[in-house]
Ligand binder design. Sequence first.
Ligand SMILES: O=C(O)CCC(=O)C(=O)O
Ligand SMILES: [Fe+2]
Length: 396
Amino acid sequence: MTIESLSAADLEALAAYRPLLEEVHALIDAGDYEAGITRLQKVARASGDEALMNHLIELRVAAFPKMAEKVTPAPMYEANELLGDVEAVQARLDRDGYLFFRNVVPVALLTELRDQITCILADLGWIEGGEQRMAAKALCRPLREGQPRFFKAHDRIIKLEALHSLAHEPAIMDVMRQALGESAFPHPLSIVRLIFPDSPELATPPHQDFPNNQGTPNLTAAWMPLADCSISDGSLAVMEGSHKFGVLPLKFHLGAGNRRAVLNDDVMACRWVGADFKLGDMVLFPSLTVHKAMENHNLERMRLSVDFRYQLEGEALTEGCLQPHFNRVSWEEIYRDWQSDDLKYYWRNKRYVVAPWDASLHELPDDHVDEAYEQQLAYNIALTRRKEKRLAADDA
Ligand SMILES: O=C(O)CCC(=O)C(=O)O
Ligand SMILES: [Fe+2]
């Protein structure tokens, strides 16, 4: 979007702000949407000028795909060759802030879990049922974490024994012990991601897990998709070496967690790495590593994935990591229909230190309500326009 592309009416309404607009568009032309939007935002919010606010929203609509395009991940290093050499595994994790493994998680377990999750989603009308069910082809508008309809599915999925037991799977535990140490154990906070197609604005933004989880910074996540998941299907990307620069400040974002990290120059100098994941592949990263989801450009299929977190005995964790994700359903309820008792409350036999939760690490800046409002507005506009464009293309 350039100043020249504005309509005559818009230009007239914005005439008083011409110098500001030129400044903003110079930043945008140079590729820095974030700086342009920040500059315009200050004046638009302070003035309450409607034309200026509309222009800000339009810039946000245009910025989403442009900002996404900027990340082209280099290939992740495949660390399978290091397995068996614990020192080499740990040195590589310490150096790069991630480890990517091909084909280490039994695909039968992943497929079984996908089967159970897609049954629930089809039952609730999120995706097509029947023969197409496992493809997870979305039937409804994107739902976001936090919405009542989202929880209708999530409250059922969080009860699945197959979800929680996967975190303990011996093949995964073997890798986690090599990466972290012999006493590695998973947190019971097992997370499932239900990511809709065609909504790049909702892709999980760059962030560190530390502000969400806290406790030991050695806490290490294992992320794995529940089907083959290429970069364009919205797989996970990490910033290599970004775990060396401490805890970053936060801003609001519409994607999972509603927070993105504000990346400083040191972090920006790190490169993004990613992969076309195959079912069975897994990536690990400690809680200070900056990571994000790539945008799901698949126009039909949901991206379903899970992520678990592991730590060593004796290290610190916060109470929230011992609760079910979103803490809406009790463990008792979750366990009700399980076949086996072996994993119920297993963490009570582990040694760990409970650290206090530091709310300041998780706080959003004062302007987050404005930010949320503007992003939601821009997202709705972008979604409606994409839909109209597709309908028009279908008609043609
Ligand atoms: O799957 C996603 O979109 C986000 C995953 C993530 O942030 C994590 O595993 O920590
Ligand atoms: Fe994360």
